[in-house]
Design a protein around this ligand. Structure first.
Ligand code: FES
Ligand code: FES
Length: 151
């Protein structure tokens, strides 16, 4: 099988996988990085959201070969050592999660949004399509606004 190399949360890694293996399986099953969650597998629920070269993508719908030579950040790589990312701090402050399953993807989508705008409107936040079956949308909105301040 071909071997693909990329940077994952600041560390260079390689993975031996079929070219068309979804990147989500490479991350979860081959590299043991389980922050990106599996929900639908068809780029609808967005539970698997993580950053590829700084932009939010859904690895369930991206081939592992696409990651070659690129940089991936998952929720595991968001903090700087013991210092949480401002969005993670805001999530804690607002006590956002309920069951928690969608939350890594929600946070990564929020980080992506705040890289594009430092003062997101409610409309900007509503444009995030990540599904939360527990309905934590109100707290997510408040946390994104709070996370935007230090950024
Ligand atoms: S599992 Fe990737 S979008 Fe649903
Ligand atoms: S917190 Fe349960 S699905 Fe979002």
């Amino acid at each position: 099988m071909p071997v693909y190399g990329f940077t994952l949360n600041g560390t260079d890694v390689t993975v031996d996988a079929p070219e068309d293996l979804p990147l989500l399986w490479a991350l979860r099953d081959k590299l043991g990085v389980t922050g990106p969650k599996y929900g639908c597998g068809i780029d609808v629920c967005k539970a698997c959201t993580r950053l590829l070269d700084g932009e939010a993508v859904r690895p369930c719908s991206v081939k592992v070969s696409t990651a070659e030579g690129r940089e991936i950040t998952t929720i595991e790589g968001l903090a700087d050592g013991d210092t949480l990312h401002p969005v993670q701090e805001a999530w804690l402050e607002q006590d956002v999660p309920q069951c928690g399953y969608c939350q890594p993807g929600q946070i990564m989508a929020a980080v992506d949004l705040l890289k594009r705008t430092s003062s997101p409107t409610d409309e900007d936040i509503r444009a995030i399509e990540n599904v939360c079956r527990c309905g934590t949308y109100f707290r997510i909105r408040e946390a994104i606004k709070e996370g935007a301040r230090p950024m």
